[in-house]
Design a protein around this ligand. Sequence first.
Ligand code: AMP
Length: 547
Amino acid sequence: MQGLMMEMPLLISSILQHAARHHGDTEVVSRRIEGDIHRYTYLDCERRARRLADALTKSGVAMGDRVATLAWNGYRHMELYYAVGGMGAVIHTINPRLHPEQIAWIVNHAGDRHLAFDITFLPIVEAIAPLCPGVESWIAMIDPDRQPVSDKIGSLVNFERLLKSGSPDWVWPEFDERSAVGLCYTSGTTGNPKGALYSHRSSVLHAFGAALPDAMGASARDVILPVVPMFHVNAWGLPYVAPLVGAKLVFPGAQLDGASIYELFETEKVTYSAGVPTVWLGLLAHVKQKGARFSTLERTVIGGSACPPAMIRTFRDDYGVDVIHAWGMTEMSPLGTLARLQNRHLDLPPEQQQKILEKQGHVIFGVDMKIVNDEGEALAWDGSSLGDLLVRGPWVVREYFKGEGGDPLRYDAQGRGWFPTGDVATIDPQGYMQITDRSKDVIKSGGEWISSIDLENLAIAHPAVANAAVIGVPHPKWDERPLLIVVKRAGVELTRDELLKFYEGKVAKWWLPDDVQFVDSIPLGATGKILKTRLREQFADYRLPGL
Ligand code: AMP
């Protein structure tokens, strides 16, 4: 017997429609590339998103087509999220920090038909345009009087002029909630970057889950400033969460330094923010140097990399701001777990509470997790058994875009698929998960991935290198930095600087290893694979130069 309730598809357009109808005068504030502060309301945002959707339809964008962005957090980016997704096309947010060749690869793999960009990224667009013949138009997100000209880009369109060609009478369509809405590539896996393709259903459910009080928690009393970029897993869902609950939104644009963020916190009365640990170092340094206080900031979500315990303490003890340590992945839309106290913890001494808050946390309803051993057997939640962390849920990927990398799931005795996160964790008897290591071969620096395998392959291409391995080593600002470990070919000379120079132009600058260590041999496993765990043990006491 089926239930007899309405079949109303869960579509992201309904979130913005809700905000326009019920929180129509709530503000969306943006620091613009143009240099000023732009402010309008959810009502304006929804109207412009509809006009944009109509304009895109007129330029031939159809259901399922991919429209890419290379853009900061701002109102035009938000309009693209809703216009493109709401019309049934797919918004593909690209990380501009990747090497241009990698960006071109991603654009072509995604089959992007249009690409909208903040003019900060004009040099990237000029570099990739000749490599991306499938892109029909390049849309500059800037006022018409600042429209750039470039003889390197075929069809260069202005965002505002495009939007004006659309009608405000356009109506949001209804379609299958399982339709794709967003595409986000991750380079946090081996091989080529892989696309996580979110559906309307998964995005709306994720936004509901994220807004729960013990998750990120958001309400119409909040003013939310996402420092986490909209090209990092949809700014952790905040462009959907804020209009869903009717919170005021503040977009920081390109200026992510401590002083600029602090200024927006104060002038816009921000209560709530979110970002990777590295950005908060800059903010805390600024506030400390100025002897300033946060007048309205109540809490901030910190994730993407492990949040240093001292940061949680400083925010709480020195500034009265709660840190919500969160863990998730691109493949999980991204939220999985968050560290919040429960009723039973409220009378604990602060030091014991701090220990709980340092963990990656408790799952939100919707996500299930388990830790398993090498044989795939579930391990005890005793706080000390270490295992591979697997997850499942309606906002977790079941496969990557275009089937890249094959079936990623592991199946249990009931045939249910679980996504292997590549993280190694413990889970305590109260269900709090703590990450202890990573089994995937990648390094996370300032919240961005560096492929150790790409760096190794490049080193091995050097004629004087017999073997090479790259591991992540701790860094106080960037969390991890790459260390290159090299076995030289017999009888040849090779210096650290020669080898580092060899990388120049081949990878993004921030991928360059911070140091090179020459060794006689690299530990290998039975199948000839480099034993990274052994190497990490071997270099456990190593410190990067200058630290
Ligand atoms: P991404 O897909 O770029 O969001 O990266 C997801 C990965 O980042 C996870 O699988 C972890 O390896 C790492 N990560 C994310 N959040 C945390 C956290 N709070 N603590 C430790 N590692 C984290």
